[in-house]
Design a protein around this ligand. Structure first.
Ligand SMILES: [Fe+2]
Ligand SMILES: [Fe+2]
Length: 284
């Protein structure tokens, strides 16, 4: 990549201070979010396959970077899954992941050998939106948790996610394809934000938090589990997390993120997102 210092894995599972785990500091709401996140992160190989296919006609080092990126995402899943098993010995990370993988398949993984966004640049804008979301999520998790091991994990992952954002932003900026008009960049960013309402996150929340033995009485319902997931996440997001998220999303869309209007929009977005949030959900 043009800036080789940006993308570098800086830690392994052995660097996490597992012996400092303090069960008395586990927040059950945070635990639900961590379980769901562990499944989504561990699903990275499907994304590596798809993105490698999209980028196969680009420079060879891009595909290598995507493979390394996928390795980091898998490590995120393993770290979060191990923490969740410590916090809840009933939770079986690998079994929950198997249920999630059977229940959720993104439509574009099954058919596309090119980007569903129409171009590599469009795909990279969409990736920047996703990495913006994960960067803000783990920053908010780190800030919300008093449990020392989770704080250490979330802090490391938040740093990785910011580097992932820079990685995809650099790929986007250096792509040999013609640049996209601003309206198209905005449309792609908005459509990717809108996709956060698809099945992936509610499915992960469901498989992570509803035991298989209860799946008959509590079958998967997208709207129900999407709301539970959103309420869980928004219970620990703070205004500055939402503002930072908005700024990161706007940059690849070609909009100056430093204006006063953006700060105002961030405040509005936070108000909107938290207005409908029910008290932190306690049931699946
Ligand atoms: Fe991740
Ligand atoms: Fe990431």
């Amino acid at each position: 990549m043009p800036d080789g210092a940006v993308y570098r894995a800086g830690w392994t599972l052995d660097d996490i201070p597992w012996s400092r785990f303090d069960p008395s500091k586990v927040d059950p709401v945070v635990l639900r979010a961590v379980k769901a996140a562990s499944l989504v992160e561990f699903n990275a190989p499907d994304y590596v396959k798809y993105l490698s296919s999209v980028c196969r006609t680009g420079p060879a080092d891009v595909v290598r970077d995507i493979e390394r990126w996928g390795g980091e995402e898998i490590q995120h899943g393993l770290a979060l899954g191990r923490w969740a098993e410590l916090a809840d010995p009933q939770f079986n990370f690998k079994a929950a992941f198997a249920r999630f993988h059977a229940l959720y398949r993104a439509p574009h993984f099954q058919h596309a050998d090119s980007s569903v966004r129409g171009s590599r640049r469009g795909e990279m804008i969409a990736r920047c939106v996703v990495e913006s979301g994960t960067s803000s999520l783990y920053t908010a998790l780190r800030d919300a948790s008093d449990e020392p091991v989770l704080k250490a994990i979330a802090g490391r992952i938040a740093g990785d996610e910011f580097r992932h954002y820079r990685l995809f932003y650099d790929i986007y900026r250096n792509d040999s394809e013609p640049d996209l008009p601003r309206w198209k960049k905005c449309l792609i960013a908005l459509s990717r934000v809108n996709e956060s309402g698809d099945d992936e996150l509610p499915c992960a929340y469901y498989c992570a938090n509803v035991p298989e033995a209860e799946s008959r009485e509590s079958p998967y319902r997208r709207r129900h589990y999407a709301r539970l997931y959103r309420d869980t996440i928004m219970s620990f997001y703070r205004r500055h997390h939402v503002e930072k998220l908005l700024k990161m999303v706007l940059m690849p869309a070609g909009i100056n993120p430093s204006g006063r209007l953006v700060s105002w929009a961030g405040a509005m977005a936070f108000t909107f997102l938290t207005r409908r949030v029910a008290p932190a959900p306690r049931t699946g």
